[in-house]
Design a binder for this molecule. Sequence first.
Ligand SMILES: Nc1ncnc2c1ncn2[C@@H]1O[C@H](COP(=O)(O)OP(=O)(O)OP(=O)(O)O)[C@@H](O)[C@H]1O
Length: 209
Amino acid sequence: MKITVKDLTKEIKGVRVLDGINLEMEDGYIYGLQGKNGSGKTMFMRAVCGFVLPTKGSITIDGKVLGKDMSFPESAGMMIENPAFLPNLTGFDNLKLLASVKGIIGKDEIEEALHCVGLEPLDKRKYRKYSLGMKQRLGIACAIMESPKLLVLDEPFNALDSEGERLLREILIKRKEAGTLIILSCHDKDELEALSDQIFLVENGVFSS
Ligand SMILES: Nc1ncnc2c1ncn2[C@@H]1O[C@H](COP(=O)(O)OP(=O)(O)OP(=O)(O)O)[C@@H](O)[C@H]1O
């Protein structure tokens, strides 16, 4: 997988939130986004996932232009802001419901994803009873369960305890080694630098290496 971003610019109500971004990303690498609150990290991730269209410029994934040749990346898992799960379903049932949209995985892959983040597939508790960290773990499981070629994770370390952090590091390294292209943000600079192959510094919507 190759992602080429050319002159990516996004304006919202006359304000430039992404400003002329040019970069390339390839499979098997972790790209870290580092920048202050409001610098444009989440907006960039939303653009790569096809949730917002560029005002100017383009995002090309494997030769196809996002928003023209396809609406969304073909194989992507993401966790951007709060994932919307149904409060009255268990974690497993939430993932089962979401997996039924594409129909490319079954029970085994869902259980495997839950194990990876340290959640028990047979846990009968409803999502509304989940702690913040458990919710975060479920969001990560949801992003990885279909083994996407592109993984976009916005602050995935938030709310995790040290065991959760350890499991997440393990997941990221394993997926990267399996050839996944990973885009990550994390407010812990040391964590981000340790995990990333390349860091993009984000300031007022401008990216620099
Ligand atoms: N729906 C929206 N309407 C108007 N402005 C928005 C909208 N969403 C984001 N913005 C603006 O875009 C800019 C970039 O926001 P973004 O969420 O990408 O920042 P961020 O780097 O992810 O910050 P954080 O570290 O707080 O998550 C901010 O100035 C924000 O106010």
